[in-house]
Ligand binder design. Structure first.
Ligand code: PHE
Length: 355
């Protein structure tokens, strides 16, 4: 059993710990150690009073009370000091209210990405599923299977980046950066049975000089529909509807005969120039955007060549279809009023944030 002297020592120890408690949490830990109802050291001494002979109770009880009171008042005093210190400290912290606030920069989609989403959304509403294909492509898919053999003059149009293989390549296994999205016509048809309706957005590459409407890295979108009973009228209908949804019915759409080895017949589709309104001239002279023609060629199209259908084991007497492919940047230029294609890839945030 503890004696009155022990109790004084206990209280001394507690008071010392209280005065060195650095914050309110440390202070609370001291309180618990000495005064916790369950197993506080002083609480235990209090409980012992009941077990003492009557004669000893008053003296011991008085010592316990004294110890308890000393500890309680020390706790209170130190607690107050700590709280006051915390308040004083927080008042001395200054915030400079004259500093300009941090600018919140809200991101937004790149105009090219936005245009691709718009293209796939519109064609998606007409039942075209959006798929993607490889940018590094075999000669076979970029050309051979599309009816453009090695010596065909149509290859001149697609100045391609080839990847040299020191081991040599069999003709159609040559690998290069795809110069158009048309290889995906073959890849999709190889994998699926008709009916087929897909739209293929993606990056393409051509080794050519850049100007206001050409870049060596650019995006195309390709459409392909194969079924029984598909005619050129369906192609026209889809493209007219596409142009109206994209441009709100304001633009003129022009169809002219064209030539592609993988479509027959073929056509070229153009929209009237948004800068000169189709006149070919502006107040500065010849319109730089359309080169003075008044038209911006937007896509090539046509009925899928029977030879391409046979390549993928589709029966041309049963199935027909159409394909079209065009530049995403051309459409983005029309939609944003951008007069030079290079503005899209220069990554000048001042321009990109303005369109
Ligand atoms: N791939 C052709 C090009 O890049 C465009 C095209 C696509 C033409 C589909 C016809 C059909 O010039």
């Amino acid at each position: 059993m503890a004696t009155a002297t022990d109790l004084k020592g206990l209280a001394d120890r507690a008071v010392k710990e209280i005065s060195s408690a650095a914050d309110e949490a440390a202070l609370e830990a001291v309180r618990v150690r000495y005064l916790s109802r369950k197993d506080g050291l002083i609480t235990a001494a209090t409980k012992e009073i009941a077990t003492l002979p009557a004669a000893e109770k008053p003296g011991y009880g008085k010592a316990v009370n004294e110890a308890k009171q000393r500890v309680e008042s020390a706790l209170e005093e130190r607690g107050r000091a700590l709280r006051e210190g915390a308040i004083a400290k927080s008042l001395s912290e200054t915030a400079d209210l004259t500093l300009p606030p941090r600018r919140v920069r809200v991101g937004h989609m790149h105009p090219i990405a936005r245009t691709i989403r718009e293209i796939t959304r519109i064609l998606g509403s007409m039942g075209f599923e959006s798929v993607e294909g490889p940018e590094v492509e075999y000669d076979y898919y970029s050309f051979e299977a599309l009816n453009i053999p090695r010596d065909h003059p149509a290859r001149d149009k697609f100045n391609s980046f080839w990847i040299a293989n020191p081991l040599g390549d069999p003709t159609d296994r040559r690998v290069g950066l795809r110069p158009h999205t048309s290889p995906m016509q073959i890849r999709v048809m190889e994998k699926r049975k008709p009916p087929v309706r897909v739209v293929v957005p993606g990056r393409c590459y051509r080794f050519e000089a850049t100007d206001a409407t050409h870049e060596s890295i650019f995006f195309q979108y390709e459409g392909l529909a194969i079924d029984e009973q598909i005619s050129m009228a369906d192609l026209k209908g889809v493209l007219y509807s596409f142009a109206r949804q994209l441009f709100g019915g304001e633009r003129k759409v022009r169809f002219r005969p064209d030539y592609f080895p993988f479509t027959e017949p073929s056509a070229e589709i153009a929209f009237d120039c948004f800068v000169c309104d189709g006149s070919g001239t502006t107040n500065k002279g010849r319109c730089a955007t359309c080169g003075g023609s008044g038209w911006i060629e937007a896509a090539g199209c046509g009925m899928v060549h029977p030879e391409a259908l046979r390549r993928v084991d589709y029966d041309p007497s049963k199935y027909q279809g159409f394909a079209f492919g065009g530049g995403v940047e051309r459409l983005a230029m029309l939609l944003t009023g951008t007069p030079d294609i290079r503005l899209f890839h220069e990554n000048d945030m001042r321009y990109l944030e303005s369109v």
